[in-house]
Write a protein that binds this ligand. Sequence first.
Ligand code: NAD
Length: 506
Amino acid sequence: MVVTQGNITTTCKLLIDGNWVDSKATEFGEVNNPSTGELIAKVPMCKPDDVDRAVQAAQKAFLEWREVPVVERARIMFRFKSLLDARYEDIARCVVREHGKTLAEAKASVMRGIEVVEFACGVPSMIMGESMENIARNVDVETVRHPLGVCAGITPFNFPAMVPLWMYPVAITCGNTFVLKPSEKVPLTSMMIAELLKEAGLPDGVFNIVHGGKDCVNALLTHPLIKAISFVGSTAIAKHVYETGTKNGKRVQAAGGAKNHIIIMPDADMDQTVQALQASAFGCAGERCMAGSLAVPVGDAAEMLIPRLVESASKMRVGPTDNEENVDMGPLVSSEHLKKVTSLIDKGASEGADLVLDGRKLKVDSKGYFLGPTIFDKAKADMSIVREEIFGPVLSCVRVNDIEEAIALGNNCEFGNGAVIYTRSGHAAREFKHRFNAGMIGINVGVPAPMAWFPFTGWNASFFGDLHIQGKESVQFYTQQKMTMTRWFQSSNQNQFHDPIWKAKS
Ligand code: NAD
């Protein structure tokens, strides 16, 4: 194993052509256990030379991998899936250690990733082409799907196993080779999972890993051998990745940040809504692109909802997750991120919203990066805590008079990932579903994140590109179609005995 456990610090290696090798980088980042602040790994900040080594290995492997029949490629995914199942707990514990999620959250996220591998096992039936006989007289047409070549994945810190797994199982089973650049904050889980791909029988060079930040990403975006880029991260970087990647002739799918609105109608089941809203806003410490981060209670709903939500959230147990399973919420990923989220809370308070639950007051006896659940009431549409993504355990509430106002507020939002309504009214749900400008809609579902068989359909500033990650769109993204048109000439000499095939048979 490359990744060491316990208190030992490791320097992350690169995976190139099936071997774990040292980077040529001279700068290193730090990976800390967010529950304790302890340094657990150093990560090289790769430059273009390391990226080129990985891409060249992937290109060499592509020439053979694309010829491997798709059913054989899928069989490797079946074995990979069994190995992931067998190592599920270890992978989840690695996520806990480098990211800080609770064990239950980590396990659920690894399971979502495994589901993508299950989906990838079905690629043979999704990669089939179409055909039509006699599209013109004696002319037949068929389409087949070919892989693209070397694809790259660039991933964020918040789901160390799941988000990379959104990408490479499908890309590889479609016949591409892959270079992954995991988040420099959480590189260890992807390294652990890479060992399983090798054990599953994946040939060397089909899956490679490089590490780093801006320079490494820019080298991937401009490398001439890379054909497609899958990106997940913040909106500013997603836009940069989309613009630079497409300018350099690559296919790009780039998922960005979010501000997910949760509308609560007065007729909602308030007990269930309070529980679901709490889980949506504070689950994974709010570090989720599908977190419900803006509550929009309509009319009387505010008085029924907010005091109960504050009471319930204030009882959440926040603490270290690395050795403790009896916690509801873990730390934020890093001390820098904690500072950023705290400063956005300061800003919200200074802009005049009512801070009805202040997570800054939380005291945890640890050097980890903790912040308690935080709730703002009576926030206004122009405040930063309403407009900007905070990506922490912070819920802002904007009170509105009716559903029209709620939908208008949402449709003015820059982002368009998820949106949810809690109601018993079919009419309100239908209006909301039809008119709200977001790509993933929940009706009495707090986090409407689609499973592997459906696309992750962010809209507006939450997605740049055409074909989304996950589902059939991902198979389309990682393949290109080839059309062949064949004319069957009528022989000018009508004597069939001149036909060489006929002669051979007789
Ligand atoms: P981030 O944008 O800071 O980093 C994402 C990736 O980009 C990392 O691999 C990082 O190394 C790289 N990167 C960072 N700065 C760069 C730069 N200047 N140039 C080139 N590359 C750069 O995001 P993060 O903080 O790791 O993750 C949180 C963000 O990800 C949130 O905004 C969240 O909403 C978003 N996210 C979106 C989805 C989705 O499906 N829409 C899913 C998960 C997370």
